[in-house]
Design a protein around this ligand. Structure first.
Ligand SMILES: Cc1cc2nc3c(=O)[nH]c(=O)nc-3n(C[C@H](O)[C@H](O)[C@H](O)COP(=O)(O)OP(=O)(O)OC[C@H]3O[C@@H](n4cnc5c(N)ncnc54)[C@H](O)[C@@H]3O)c2cc1C
Length: 365
């Protein structure tokens, strides 16, 4: 039976960022990943947007980690040659709603995003001729990142610092010991012992928590799944920045998602679902077309194709107040060496490096 200092469950962008941080700090780290490759779920099924941090509750972990993570991510991508672009974002107000833009600027400022400003309809036309609107809020620090490239880089650094990755290795059961954990792993079927266990399994975090012998089920939050689908546009992007509609409750609305090759897709929508299913329903096309034409009236007919979908792992459901990231450490459950992450939806990609640092701070050795 192997003895390892720290096991991280999940090789998405957050698990890998945690593993990288801990390995570079001298931890002996093993990452367990249920799939045959890294990043097959949420981390490769998102908008790849580096968020500025405008909308989170002031003082929340989401807000703090988004701002710190954004700065860390830009520096990281530049130094590690990970594809990214600080392309900026326009939040476009439709006719009659331009007055609301200054409130969005103030909301961002309250969160420490101090570079936001409002432009007029004429300035918007000059900046992005394809976009129609009564004005827009400009967020210069928003951008895009190559999420698969980022994950490969994080893995490379973690491995370079001595971490190991086990693929096709789902965590099945956990038995807490006096000083650590005994873990049964599927696939090759082996058992190992570790001192620290980090549950970064995202959509699988609930099953991991329930697999821990004696773990109080009352501490496992309710799992809610919010699916977001994307449609691709068959042509070059008509915009050079990210184009967002005004934000809605529970979603930032159907926005343009630029890729680093000059293409564009649109999404994600928001649909509460009962199970994880990544198929995109072609019948959503008319809804997408209508939402996109609100800011891009010249979207040609039949130019959108179903592309991909992701599922937000949420701890809040329909009608609930929005909840923020949950980090459960020893003070929450009384189990030394156990850190569990629940509800890591957006901006988890933007914040991943800051999340790695934060989880590192929760584990003494
Ligand atoms: C539609 C959508 C759009 C988004 N857009 C953005 C955005 O633009 N910007 C942004 O900052 N964030 C965005 N996010 C959020 C971001 O994608 C997530 O916060 C982030 O990817 C979560 O990373 P993760 O590592 O926690 O999850 P994942 O990438 O899902 O990784 C978890 C891993 O755990 C593995 N696993 C599960 N159970 C087990 C088990 N029992 N044993 C071993 N392994 C297991 C899974 O196979 C998976 O690889 C978006 C999310 C969605 C869904």
């Amino acid at each position: 039976m192997a003895d390892i200092q720290t096991v991280v469950v999940g090789a998405g962008v957050i698990g890998l960022a945690i593993a990288r941080h801990l390995a570079r700090r001298g931890h002996e780290v093993l990452v367990l990943e249920a799939e045959g490759a890294i990043g097959q779920h949420t981390s490769s099924r998102n908008s790849q947007v580096i968020h500025a941090g405008i909308y989170y509750a002031p003082g929340s972990a989401q807000q703090r980690l988004c701002l710190r993570g954004k700065a860390m991510l830009y520096d990281y991508c530049a130094s590690r040659h990970v594809g990214h672009a600080r392309c900026g974002k326009l939040t476009v107000a439709p006719e009659g709603r331009a007055d609301e833009l200054s409130a969005l600027v103030m909301r961002g400022q309250a969160n420490g995003v101090d570079d936001l400003y409002v432009i007029s309809a004429a300035e918007l036309r000059e900046l992005e001729p394809a976009v129609a609107g009564a004005g827009a809020m400009v967020s210069p620090s928003s951008g895009i990142v190559d999420a698969p490239g980022l994950m490969l880089s994080l893995l490379g650094e973690a491995e370079g610092a001595g971490a190991a990755l086990a693929l096709n290795a789902p965590l099945l059961r956990v038995r807490p010991l006096a000083d650590g954990f005994e873990i049964d792993v599927g696939g090759e079927d082996f058992t190992l012992r570790c001192r620290n266990l980090v549950n970064a399994a995202a959509l699988g975090a609930w099953d991991v928590a329930r697999s821990i012998t004696g773990f109080d089920p009352a501490l496992v939050p309710t799992r809610n799944l919010a699916k977001g689908s994307y449609f691709s546009y068959a042509g070059k992007s008509p915009f050079s920045t990210l184009i967002y509609p005004m934000p809605q409750v529970g979603s930032l609305g159907l926005h343009s998602v630029l890729d680093l090759g000059g293409g564009v897709k649109f999404g994600p929508n928001m649909e509460w679902v009962d199970q994880v299913d990544y198929t995109v329903d072609p019948a959503l096309r008319p809804d997408f077309e209508a939402a996109i034409r609100a800011y891009w009236p010249d979207l040609p007919d039949s130019a959108l194709q179903p592309e991909s979908a992701g599922v937000r792992p949420r701890i809040w459901g329909p009608g609930d107040a929005k909840q923020e990231f949950v980090f459960q450490g020893e003070e929450a459950h009384g189990i030394k060496g156990l850190v569990q992450l629940f509800g890591f939806e957006s901006p988890g990609l933007t914040a991943c490096l800051a999340i790695g640092e934060h989880v590192g701070g929760m584990l003494a050795n």
